[in-house]
Design a protein around this ligand. Structure first.
Ligand SMILES: [Zn+2]
Length: 221
């Protein structure tokens, strides 16, 4: 049996239910944004300056929150794909209808194939898969692709982030997005450069409309 099915993914305390990844205390400490997927919030307002979006949101605040930083480290560098997927399920719970009203198809931000081989998995794809299970709609990983290996965005300023991502994405199986409202999903939104670049690529290739959702938001409030 998987060890993390009955210990809290944050404090390691034993939990009785195998349905949860956090104990009750840690679950209550998650810094939820409470603008899960709405038509007016800081994520949407900032992104909309650069790209037309139907709705947008983030599940958690990233800013200097140790818990969120640890969750992201676990799912990104420690192979905890189970946690990534469960966080995706948690992010949607109670908000199913607002997503279902807008979205036809979920697309996670991909890794470049070289990076995918190195890491072995794309944490964002697992997060999207958890969302897809709750929403009962497909999460597609065969459409949006990285066309080039880009430098890490972490140390770049805003302008350089956009330059770094110029022509970074391409679309395969174009027919699958024709007329669809796509929900673009990422782990963290910082400047929005990744979502904006990938989003324009999808809109240019025939998707009808677009929304965006991330596990965490590091936008300054
Ligand atoms: Zn705990």
């Amino acid at each position: 049996m998987d060890f993390f099915l009955n210990t809290c993914s944050y404090c390691n305390k034993r939990i009785l239910s195998s349905d949860h990844v956090f104990c009750i205390e840690c679950h209550g400490l998650l810094p939820r944004t409470y603008f899960n997927f709405s038509k007016s919030n800081i994520v949407l307002d900032k992104l909309r300056t650069f790209i037309p979006l139907g709705a947008a949101g983030s599940f958690l605040f990233y800013n200097e929150n140790q818990m969120v930083q640890q969750i992201l480290w676990e799912i990104k560098y420690n192979g905890n794909t189970h946690l990534a997927k469960e966080i995706g399920r948690l992010a949607i719970a109670g908000n199913e209808e607002s997503f279902k009203r807008e979205v036809d198809l979920i697309i996670p931000i991909p890794l470049h194939k070289t990076k995918l081989q190195l890491r072995g998995y794309n944490q964002t794809a697992f997060f999207a898969e958890g969302m897809s299970e709750i929403l009962e709609m497909p999460s597609a990983i065969d459409i949006l692709k990285r066309s080039k290996q880009t430098a890490s965005q972490t140390k770049l300023n805003r302008e350089n982030r956009f330059q770094n991502l110029d022509q970074a994405f391409m679309i395969e199986n174009k027919e699958k997005i024709q007329g669809k409202h796509v929900l673009l999903v990422d782990d963290v939104v910082t400047t929005g450069a990744t979502l904006i670049s990938a989003g324009h690529c999808l809109l240019d290739s025939g998707c009808a409309s677009l929304s965006a959702y991330t596990l965490a938001s590091s936008f300054e409030l």
